[in-house]
Design a binder for this molecule. Structure first.
Ligand SMILES: CC(C)(COP(=O)(O)OP(=O)(O)OC[C@H]1O[C@@H](n2cnc3c(N)ncnc32)[C@H](O)[C@@H]1OP(=O)(O)O)[C@@H](O)C(=O)NCCC(=O)NCCS
Length: 163
């Protein structure tokens, strides 16, 4: 079941994020303030996927402006851009439609609120890229990010729009 995230679920989301970090190095570095990382200042809405009281997955929508080459590929009539972020499924619950259901919920929310979605994926997350492409998202642009990969090199990020 996908639900808006409640304040009381943040601790369980941090536990879930820890599992994801240890399995996938997502995020690249364990955040100093994991609760803050899960609730960025520009967050508009957060969701959790839960089953039997356990957090299986998580996602956030953020108010964000994509780079110009991405803006140019968007149709202004579809609404102002918002970014899918902080999306993850715990390893034990993968390949079972958890992240798909989170994105379906987010897509409905975006239409309802007059927004259109975009997202970026780091170069070190090829599985996530395959996941988005499986769901029909289209790669439209890549650039170097303003943060570093684990090896200290500039991170490369890939931007996607819904198919
Ligand atoms: C990427 C991630 C969110 C996918 O979560 P998930 O709950 O396993 O995904 P789903 O089960 O909803 O998958 C939906 C479809 O994508 C496919 N898929 C999922 N992960 C995939 C992968 N790594 N490679 C290829 N296809 C994948 C599934 O097989 C499924 O296909 P189907 O249409 O045949 O059913 C999860 O692997 C994860 O949390 N990764 C680490 C964190 C991360 O990288 N987050 C993204 C940050 S941008």
């Amino acid at each position: 079941m996908v639900l808006p995230r409640a304040d009381g679920q943040v601790a369980a989301c941090i536990d879930a994020l820890r599992e994801v970090y240890e399995a996938d190095a997502y995020p690249v570095r364990w955040p100093v303030d994991p609760a803050g990382w899960l609730s960025p200042d520009d967050a508009m809405q957060s969701w959790v996927a839960v089953s039997a009281g356990r957090v299986l997955g998580h996602a956030v929508i953020r108010r964000a402006t994509p780079p110009m080459p991405v803006v140019e590929r968007m149709d202004p009539a579809l609404g102002s851009p918002v970014m899918v972020s902080r999306l993850f499924t715990i390893p034990a619950a993968r390949q079972n439609g958890v992240a798909r259901r989170l994105l379906d919920e987010i897509a409905g929310w975006a239409v309802e609120h007059g927004h259109q979605l975009f997202l970026d994926v780091a170069d070190n997350a090829p599985g996530a890229r395959r996941f988005y492409e499986r769901l029909g998202w289209k790669h439209v642009f890549s650039e170097y990010a303003d943060w570093l990969d684990a090896d200290g090199s500039p991170a490369r990020v890939h931007y996607y729009l819904p198919g």
